[in-house]
Structure formats: C-alpha cells, structure tokens
Design a protein around this ligand. Structure first.
Ligand SMILES: O=CC(=O)O
Length: 328
C-alpha cells in the first residue's frame, strides 16, 4: 500500500489460514475476537471508523450502516452468497462489494451430496440408534431408506454448485432434471441433465436439491403449493439459504408425511431455536450451515476475501466484485 497512513479495516471474526496475517502487514487491522458476531451497535460503530469491512453472512450491511460510515470504501464478504448486503445501497454510495465464488464450489457440492446420502440412507438416525444401545440384531426391516442410485434428482439453480452436484449425481446413475431461466447445454452434455418446467421438476424428482441465491424472487421458492406438488415421499435438500423454503409449510409437509424427509444445512431462522418443530422430527437431518467448511476451502475463502478487499482499497476492481459497474 503506497500511502503512509494505513487504511483501517474491521474483520467481523477470526478467519482460518494465512489471510489475516497478510492483511495485518498492510492495513490497520481490527479483528473481532469473539465466537459470536459483533452486536449491531458494535458493527455500526466499527463501520463508521473503517475504510474496509470483511464480513460474514451473519453481518447485515444495510442502508443505515452505510449512512453512518462515510469513509467506507469496500465490503468484502467471506461467502459466495451476499444476501446479507444491500448491494444497490452500496453501489449508490460507491462502496465496492466482493464475494468468494469458485472457492467453495466442489466442497459445497460434496456436502450437498453427503446430505442427499445421509437423508436417503438415514445415517444420522442409524448412528443415534447404535449409540443409544438399541441395536440387538440384524433385522430385515431396520432403518429402511430410499435408493439414491438410479433415483431422479431435481436441481433448482444449476449454477456452479448445482452443476457440481449434477456431476456427482451422474456417478450415482441418477436421472437429472433442472429448472433454470436459461438452458445449460454444457451441463446437459456432460451429465445428461434435462431442463424441465417447475411443475415437472416437482412431480418427478425423488430428491429435490436447492442451489439458488436468496433474492426476492427465490424467497419461499418452495412453499405450500410446491410441497403439495412434489412426489409423495420425496426428499428435500437445502444447502442454499433457509429463506428459499417457507419454514411453516415445510414443517406441515413433514408432519403430514407428504414429504419423506428434509436435510437442511441452512434454515430460517439461523440458528434454529431449541423449540423449533424441526428439531423434533425424525425425518429431518440438520447441519449448522457448514457446506463449505473444510480447512482448505475456508482458508481459500478468507484469502480471496482479503485479495478483494486489498484491490478495492488500492482503487482496483477486485477479482470477484459483485458491483463491477463501479469500475467502468
Ligand atoms: O453459505 C455460504 C456462502 O454463501 O458462501
């Protein structure tokens, strides 16, 4: 950094890997040291003093924060999704926004597939059953599940992660259907996936897996009508954002047994309250939003976020910029 006064940067949590060490040699670095996110007031106060923020999906960057942070030049999100950030408001104030696409594609697809297999073959239930001492003999009727091999997979959002899931599904001999505004000829050629309309996807998928970002258009994409249109006993896997599914409709469909089960890495709200009905349902597999959580991937995400931040602080377009129109 050419300037003698180092720009002040606030990072909302400790990050794995070398990235923060590198950042600390270049900027006036302040890292929130606690496990839980900074409070809203702390985030507002830190933003007001900073030129750069490194944020996580738990940190809301909205018009109010931006109005109180006249010196803020960049918000670098350590995530591919950025629904926690009001991007139009950032663009209006010429605040650059970065994210980390690509870094987590295969890792997240691995986890989506882990949830598909775990839910269909009742892995968590089996583990709990053995640990509880219930296992007395091999039984022909014990913990029967659903075949993944040869089943029909419905993909909502065949972007980078959805396509990576499709490639895995091909290895499992699955019939792959997807919905998308645009056809994906390369994906179709590689995996045999077929683009269908929403009604066909819902009625034919044995397993529906969600990979769309959360936007006003995708909020509650899976609602009461969609759950009713799904094949009876189908499985739902969500590694996208909790808000893509209507939580009340989901509980209803699970309770009534119309939906065979749900595997949720993401929920609405996050975390789930202890008295959430989802906690008590045996046909639900829950995870704490960890699809990208491997040592290598989280280190790579932190490093990308730091690269994005430094580029913006130097007046360059970040390698991964959500509002590139700021760099005509
Ligand atoms: O959910 C995680 C991400 O958006 O990277």
């Amino acid at each position: 950094m050419a300037r003698t006064v180092r720009p002040r940067v606030f990072v909302t949590r400790q990050l794995p890997g070398e990235a923060l060490g590198r950042l600390g040699r270049l900027v006036d670095l302040h890292v929130w040291p606690q496990e839980l996110p900074p409070s809203r007031d702390t985030l507002l106060a830190e933003a007001a003093r900073s030129e750069g923020l490194v944020t996580l999906l738990t940190d809301q960057v909205d018009a109010r924060l931006l109005a109180q942070a006249p010196g803020l030049r960049v918000v670098s999100n350590v995530a591919v999704g950025y629904d926690n950030i009001d991007v139009p408001a950032c663009t209006e104030r010429r605040v650059v926004v970065g994210n980390t696409p690509g870094a987590l594609t295969e890792t997240s697809a691995d986890f989506a597939f882990a949830l598909i297999l775990g839910l269909a073959r009742r892995v968590a239930e089996a583990d709990a059953y053995v640990r509880a001492g219930h296992w007395r003999t091999w039984s022909p009727t014990l913990l029967l599940g659903t075949d993944v091999y040869g089943a029909t997979l419905g993909i909502v959002g065949p972007g980078a992660i959805g396509s990576a899931v499709a490639r895995r599904a091909r290895g499992f001999g699955m019939r792959i259907l997807y919905v998308s505004r645009e056809p994906r000829p390369a994906l179709e050629q590689e995996t045999g996936a077929r683009r269908v309309d929403k009604a066909t996807l819902l009625s034919e998928a044995d397993i529906l897996t969600l990979h769309v970002p959360l936007t006003p258009q995708t909020r509650h994409w899976v609602g009461r009508a969609e759950l009713a249109a799904m094949k009876p006993g189908a499985l739902l896997v969500n590694t996208a954002r909790g808000g893509v599914v209507d939580p009340d409709a989901l509980v209803e469909a699970l309770r009534e047994g119309r939906l065979g089960g749900a595997a949720l890495d993401v929920t609405d709200p996050e975390p789930l309250p202890p008295d959430s009905p989802l906690m008590g349902l045996p046909n639900v597999l829950l995870a704490p939003h960890i699809a990208s959580a491997t040592h290598a991937t989280r280190g790579r995400m932190a490093s990308m976020a730091v690269d994005n931040l430094l580029a913006a602080l130097e007046g360059r377009r970040p390698p991964h910029c959500v509002n590139p129109e700021l760099f005509p």
